[in-house]
Design a protein around this ligand. Sequence first.
Ligand code: ATP
Ligand code: MN
Length: 321
Amino acid sequence: MIYRFISHNYSFKLREEDRQVPKEQAFTVGGKTLQLSNLAKIYYPESGFTKGHMIDYYVKISEVLLPHLKDRALTLKRYPDGVEAPFFYEKECPSHHPEWMETVTVPGRHNDVNHCVITDVAGLVWVANLGSIELHTSLSRVGDRASPTMMVFDLDPGAPAGLLQCLEVAFKLKEVFDQFGLEVFPKVSGGKGLHLYVPLNTPASYDDTKAFAHAVAQLLEKTNKDLVTSTMRKDARVGKILVDWSQNDEHKTTVCVYSLRARPRPTVSAPVTWDELKRARKKGSVVSLLLEGDTVVKRVEKSGDLFAALSTLEQTLPKLH
Ligand code: ATP
Ligand code: MN
């Protein structure tokens, strides 16, 4: 039951007249009270989606989102004035965070960084109220920073290639992992491309996952020269799909599953099934894969968390020869 966390008398849904004036509103959840600001501010001008709608989405999706944020160093991508205004990545948990907010100190290349770690709805709403439209997480947990719990492939289309061509590559990559007997889980990035995840949850290092992902990307490039590149250079991917293996890195993040994206429409980096990808490919249309917040909430009510296995499924990478 996804609404478990929401008090019955509370809803962020704004009436038309509420959009005229910025609103302050107190929100109490789990015994913690937050003062929310500017809920009527338009964050997505093209669709009229406000900051209030953004927070409302995060509360509604919290039950399935929180397990993916838990125990992971969080990087905020903040858009204090919405998706058409300046943004910034913020690794350091803002110093005025509530005293109950969990943080973790991660040694950086230059300085130590104290990341926020989200454990409950109040923490999620607090970072959302800062204009953190996008939530980006580490592939490892705070207790074991050197061990990724998953391997990721970030499929980036180089125009004129797009999401449709990403699907072609996704199925080729799935074939490779089928042969290893390993399960792969797809999500749309909510932006241009697709992210494919291999749950591990067994001892592994970033050296292992990065080398393995690199080898798979090179294999796909070799067997699909016109469609795939494994080279990071921008000009190498024109009309192709970059299979970005280099995201498997202790110092990098990937957008968290169920995060909103700062795009013209409030799209979500949402899990999809291989069957859905198959149907989209057959149709030659990716429209069904552009999933906005309200749709994703309904999908979760119907089907639960399609990414639940990312936290539980134990798989071991074969040794590279
Ligand atoms: P798209 O499908 O449009 O490529 P994406 O989320 O995959 O969306 P990428 O540009 O491919 O975006 O980047 C992959 C991931 O790397 C992002 O999700 C983000 O977590 C991280 N990232 C990208 N650029 C930066 C940056 N400048 N600073 C910190 N992290 C970044
Ligand atoms: Mn990408």
